[in-house]
Design a protein around this ligand. Structure first.
Ligand SMILES: [Mn+2]
Length: 296
């Protein structure tokens, strides 16, 4: 009988943390979701689907699984306090970032990006954010919580990061008004930036160290129906991966997350897309590392 595939991202064999370049950090946190719940099952369903992916990447002609990918245990949910959960995530991130790991976090709801960005900013004071989402997430607070998924980019803007948001097609009038004052938030609306226009924009973003935050609802619901708040008019697989490929060629990416997948039990295309997007991003980054290493 064939050996059972480990229950890890990609079914990749465990390695010691000291050898890990990329760590997959599952954070099944769901504290403030507003519409359809289920993001707490996101990490588990991404990891389950990822075990059925091909580990060879035809586009980069590489096997990112050989670069040192370690799946960590999940950060358990603190149900009584969002603030406590945020601190727990930040403490875990601190240990991993200090070990020079690229932390790829699987959500869970979008609020988890804030503590991760906060910790990355300590190491990279010029840290900028590349943000894919249907929503601007700029509310001062939402349903009484400043740690709401709908406020995450507002919190990140307050700590001074430049934010570049793509795929946006849903925000409140108040957010649109506030946007005029938020000089460090740059929104590229979905209706303005489609296809090649969006992909080409990747090269024009300022250089520097970037954290990538991908809300899975940036995709059109025809690609990803399994998310809490699906919005029509979204991005396609080749728009997002084309953008990322172009972007990673010319920018230094130091950390990432993928959030807001709310998997359904009868349909696996969304989770499979999410798994493949994580792996694809790692493939682009590790082949870029190899290229820049070779040219130095
Ligand atoms: Mn969203």
């Amino acid at each position: 009988m064939a050996e059972a595939l480990p229950y890890t991202f990609g079914g990749i064999k465990k390695i010691p943390l000291s050898r890990a370049k990329f760590v997959i950090l599952p954070v099944p946190y769901e504290g403030t979701v507003s519409f359809r719940p289920g993001t707490r099952f996101g990490p588990e369903s991404i990891i389950f689907s990822s075990r059925f992916m091909e580990l060879y990447d035809e586009e980069t002609n590489s096997e990112p699984c050989l670069e040192g990918i370690l799946t960590l245990g999940e950060i358990a949910q603190e149900i009584d306090s969002a603030g406590k959960m945020m601190r727990k995530i930040q403490n875990t991130a601190k240990k991993l970032i200090n070990k020079n790991c690229f932390v790829f976090t699987l959500g869970g709801e979008h609020s988890i990006s804030f503590p991760l960005v906060k910790e990355y900013q300590k190491k990279y004071p010029d840290l900028k954010i590349l943000h894919f989402d249907a929503h601007a997430d700029l509310r001062i607070q939402y349903e009484g919580s400043k740690f709401s998924h709908a406020s995450v980019m507002r919190r990140i803007s307050e700590i001074g990061c430049e934010i570049y948001s793509f795929g946006i097609r849903s925000l409140s009038k108040q957010e649109a008004e506030d946007l005029q004052k938020l000089k460090n938030v740059h929104i590229y609306f979905a209706h303005q930036f489609r296809n090649q226009v969006m992909i080409d924009q990747a090269q024009h973003l300022p250089r520097g160290n970037y954290y990538i935050s991908i809300d899975i609802d940036c995709f059109d619901p025809s690609f990803v129906p399994d998310t809490g708040t699906p919005e029509p008019g979204g991005l396609s697989w080749y728009e997002v991966t084309g953008f990322l490929k172009n972007f990673i060629k010319s920018h230094n990416v130091v950390g990432a997350d993928l959030v807001e997948l709310a998997p359904s039990h009868h349909y696996c295309a969304s989770a499979f897309l999410a798994a493949k997007l994580v792996y694809k991003t790692i493939a682009y980054i590790s082949s870029q590392h190899k290229k820049s290493g070779a040219s130095e």
